[in-house]
Design a protein around this ligand. Structure first.
Ligand SMILES: NC(=O)c1ccc[n+]([C@@H]2O[C@H](COP(=O)([O-])OP(=O)(O)OC[C@H]3O[C@@H](n4cnc5c(N)ncnc54)[C@H](O)[C@@H]3O)[C@@H](O)[C@H]2O)c1
Ligand SMILES: [Fe+2]
Length: 383
């Protein structure tokens, strides 16, 4: 039987990173962590202080700082080798979605062997992977609570997903101080990724009432606090609210899942080298248009969160347009995301991606049928 509200990750929200990490290592009897850390943050005072505290507390650790955005398969397998060579017993992942996804991949391979690519289609993660403490430094992917991890096949220019309830973090430590340095555009993109997770999980074929309520709250938090975080990066209240929204977004993915918006974003993003959150933000308006045809009540509710005033007796099509336009206004005017046109991508190139979108893993969760004709039409409205 599969339940609709299950949360295996133990979460703490704190300003005392090193303190909490030491406590977690102690209660779990872990003594040799591998620290998978975003290279950008490696020399930041907060991470240096964490290293010093671990050392002065007698914790021996290994640092792996080679993960790059959209983590390639090879770097994940290499991390697992390093873990085994150094006889580590746990992982502390400090970084954005790329680092945490990579660390979750490393945790699978070091636990059960093989190549991370084996786990994309054929191989199951046989039991719960323990030993991973995730410390997000962006508020976007929610990877710290999610059961999906996204890796990149660089040769095929393709994003692949491993999906397993056994591949989640054991702990997540949320510290708003870590996200204060996220630049403006990244704050916008990652924050819109959170909105997409909630909007898609809310309208996916797998949605359920208990997850719906969390999705509504996530979208509310993004609309209220993302502009504040964008305009004042040091606003710790806004940063904390967005961190929480992001983590909850990761959680709803486990049960509701993303759908057409993320399918478009994964395919177009990988081929055209558009960052994940930005690709999701370009994909959402057209996704809302199609979704309104089959889930008008829910799309209308998204519109209420975005402060839309609907005309009396709005048709499903009108609901879709009103909400897609309100979302674009939030995205482009309130937040200021650079437009798709500014990316300099020839729209004709997108048409070649149709078949990849139809067969993308999450397309099956869409509340409408993702046909080749529908994708053709959607790619014309992407952006
Ligand atoms: N697991 C999931 O469910 C899930 C969901 C959505 C996306 N993803 C994946 O996550 C990845 C995207 O993750 P992301 O959006 O968090 O970005 P990211 O981890 O790819 O990082 C992007 C950039 O931000 C920098 N950065 C990270 N933290 C920073 C900080 N505190 N201050 C300044 N710069 C910082 C990094 O160095 C990097 O250059 C993609 O690979 C995407 O496919 C996973
Ligand atoms: Fe996402």
């Amino acid at each position: 039987m599969s339940f609709k509200l299950e949360q295996k990750v133990k979460v703490v929200v704190t300003f005392e990173l090193s303190e909490k990490l030491l406590e977690i290592l102690k209660i779990s009897n872990y003594s040799k962590p591998m620290i998978v850390v975003d290279n950008f943050l490696l020399n930041s005072p907060i991470i240096q202080e964490t290293f010093e505290r671990l050392t002065s507390s007698g914790i021996d650790y290994v640092v792996y700082d080679k993960i790059i955005p959209d983590p390639p398969i090879e770097l994940i397998n290499k991390g697992a080798e390093l873990f085994v060579e150094n006889k580590c017993d746990s992982i502390i992942a400090i970084g954005g979605g790329s680092v945490i996804d990579a660390a979750r991949g490393i945790n699978i391979v070091r636990s059960f062997g093989g190549d991370i690519k084996d786990y994309v289609h054929d191989r199951e993660v046989p039991s719960l992977c323990l030993g991973l403490i995730s410390v997000p430094t962006t508020s976007g992917t929610g990877s710290e609570l999610s059961n999906a991890l996204v890796i990149t096949d660089t040769n095929a220019q393709e994003k692949l997903a491993v999906l397993s309830d056994n591949a989640v973090s054991e702990y997540a430590v949320l510290n708003p101080n870590l996200v204060k340095t996220v630049p403006k555009n990244m704050t916008i993109m990652t924050g819109l990724d959170v909105f997409s997770h909630a909007a898609e999980a809310y309208t996916s074929k797998l949605a359920s009432p208990i997850i719906d309520s969390i999705c509504e709250k996530i979208m509310f938090l993004v609309v209220k606090y993302l502009p504040q975080a964008v305009n004042n990066p040091e606003d710790l209240e806004a940063r904390e609210r967005m961190m929480v929204a992001s983590a909850l977004g990761g959680w709803v993915l486990n049960n509701g899942g993303t759908h057409f918006g993320h399918s478009l974003a994964h395919v177009v993003g990988a081929k055209m080298h558009i960052p994940h959150g930005m690709a999701c933000a370009y994909a959402l308006p057209v996704t809302l248009l199609y979704t309104a045809e089959v889930e008008p009540k829910k799309v209308r509710e998204i519109g209420n969160i975005l402060d839309v005033e609907f005309p009396n007796n709005a048709t499903n099509e009108e609901i879709g347009h009103y909400v897609a336009d309100a979302y674009k206004k939030f995205r482009d005017e309130v937040l200021g995301l650079p437009t798709f046109e500014q990316q300099g991508i020839d729209r004709k190139e997108l048409q070649n991606l149709r078949d990849d979108v139809v067969s993308e893993r999450f397309a099956a969760n869409s509340p409408f049928e993702v046909t080749a004709d529908l994708v053709d039409a959607a790619l014309l409205k992407f952006g």
